[in-house]
Design a protein around this ligand. Structure first.
Ligand SMILES: Nc1nc2c(c(=O)[nH]1)N[C@H]1C(S)=C(S)[C@@H](COP(=O)(O)OP(=O)(O)OC[C@H]3O[C@@H](n4cnc5c(N)ncnc54)[C@H](O)[C@@H]3O)O[C@H]1N2
Ligand code: MOO
Length: 431
């Protein structure tokens, strides 16, 4: 870790947020093993290789609207244009008959355009003259607003055979799975699930369901982190709450290191308690105890555990114990590293920011990045603005529950006046 910190020009005792991102990007190795999964089981997984289209999409020229198909060359010949209708073509039933020159076909959206018919005029723009049971009713429409090829979807216009439909590193959501199904693929090759061992530390921790006890608090971090990991699609190996004792901590870390890709812990990383943790981690791994110029989330332990066979061991991420610091350190620091370890493209693991004006003034200390829990709402003037959700203590989860965004106040920024534009990070999808 010392070498890595030197390489990125950072000092563990005074890190900036972007330096921590650089450090984590250098540490998180994508899992190598892959598996082939049916589409129904692939939600949230990351593609191990590019998916190339085995077919043209769409597979044939087809109508984009319900209407009448005809050869666009007739448009220039009359205004309005009147064409006899030779029949009807439906989706899934290609037209097999002849089409006399200058005739149109009634056609439904998605139906294959027969050779020679390249233009569709929608029903709404047409009058039909003569009855449908006449030998050939006539369709009449204004030709001026139409161009040859109008309302036609061309074979391969979305994807040609062999084109990259989904690049390696794509995380599969509903749209990606729909696209793969649309290519006729039943299975996809994805990286295996990331295995994350999780435990919380602290002698004060009670488990939900246990009777309250003086001086004790309930272990909320482990449940919040397990949920966040589950949402990412990781396999969670929950080791419970571990006492602040070297022997207990050693046993938990050794157990966790057996087959986990990542060990995620909460608590015990600030200066007070960390002495025996630091000694232990120096023995079992190569771990740096960072002090990050950010709030919440100042302390963080980062490193790798040793393995008996000499291969790189589990990535260790020791998150701070205060519940909001735990979850925000997870969302802002651990999550991008975990997504990279899942095989996702690091660029695409970075959430986008939106700029919004502040509804109220904000105090801010220059020299650290601050993340303020806030709601984004529309004011009486119809403008979206950001308003902090009450007490911003790192111990108070309630103001995170009420928030739908984090305001990202830059390192060098001082106090802010109302109406100042700030960067906001919507929490949706992040936590
Ligand atoms: N002298 C200093 N004190 C503190 C510093 C510092 O730099 N110097 N940093 C503060 C900051 S910032 C944070 S964040 C916390 C982080 O401390 P630890 O990671 O060592 O965590 P603990 O001391 O174990 O706990 C802190 C706080 O969080 C509660 N906690 C812990 N685990 C859980 C859990 N699983 N569920 C719910 N709540 C939990 C714990 O009871 C404490 O109240 O240190 C500050 N102090
Ligand atoms: O990580 Mo601490 O305040 O930043 O709660």
């Amino acid at each position: 870790m010392t070498q890595l910190l030197t390489r990125i020009g950072a000092d563990a005792g005074a890190m900036q947020v972007n330096q921590v991102h650089t450090l984590l990007r250098a540490l998180a190795q994508p899992v190598a093993e892959t598996e082939s999964l049916p589409l129904q089981q692939a939600l949230g997984r990351v593609l191990a290789a590019d998916v190339l289209s085995p077919v043209d999409v769409p597979p044939h020229d087809n109508a984009a609207m319900d209407g009448y198909a005809f050869a666009g060359q007739w448009l220039a010949t009359a205004e309005p244009l009147a064409l006899p209708v030779a029949g009807t073509v439906l989706a899934g039933q290609p037209w097999t008959g002849d089409i006399p020159a200058g005739h149109a076909l009634r056609i439904m959206t998605g139906a294959m355009l027969p050779p020679g018919l390249d233009t569709v005029v929608p029903f709404e723009l047409c009058q039909l003259e003569g009855t449908a049971d006449a030998a050939a009713p006539t369709v009449r429409f204004a030709s001026a607003g139409l161009r040859p090829g109008a309302n036609r979807r061309q074979r391969g216009e979305e994807l040609a055979t062999g084109a990259t439909a989904l690049p390696a590193g794509t995380r599969l959501g509903p749209a990606e799975l729909g696209l793969a199904a649309g290519l006729g693929l039943a299975q996809l090759t994805v990286r295996r699930r990331l295995r994350v061992a999780l435990f919380s530390t602290g002698d004060e921790l009670l488990q939900p369901g246990e009777a309250a006890r003086t001086g004790a608090i309930y272990d909320s971090n482990r449940f919040a982190l397990a949920a966040a990991l589950q949402q990412l699609g990781c396999t969670v190996h929950d080791l419970g709450a571990v006492r602040d004792e070297p022997a207990a901590l050693r046993a938990a870390l050794q157990h966790a290191a057996q087959d986990a890709d990542v060990i995620l812990t909460s608590g015990g990383v600030s200066s007070g308690d960390a002495d025996h943790t630091q000694t232990l981690l120096a023995e079992l791994g190569d771990v740096a105890f960072l002090r990050i110029a950010m709030r919440p989330g100042r302390p963080l332990a980062v490193g790798r555990m040793h393995r008996a066979d000499g291969r790189p061991g589990a990535l260790l991420l020791g998150l701070p114990g205060n519940p909001v610091a735990t979850l925000l350190s997870f969302a802002l620091l651990a999550r991008p590293a975990l997504l990279q370890a899942m095989g996702m493209d690091a660029e695409r693991a970075t959430p986008a920011l939106v700029q919004v004006p502040l509804a109220v003034p904000l105090r801010k200390r220059a020299g650290r990045t601050e993340f303020v829990r806030a709601t984004l709402h529309t004011n009486a003037q119809g403008q979206v603005e950001a308003r902090p959700t009450g007490n911003q203590s790192s111990a108070m989860l309630s103001s995170l529950v009420q928030a739908d965004a984090l305001l990202l106040l830059d390192h060098h920024q001082g106090d802010l006046a109302a109406a100042t534009l700030v960067n906001a990070l919507p929490l949706h999808g992040l936590l």
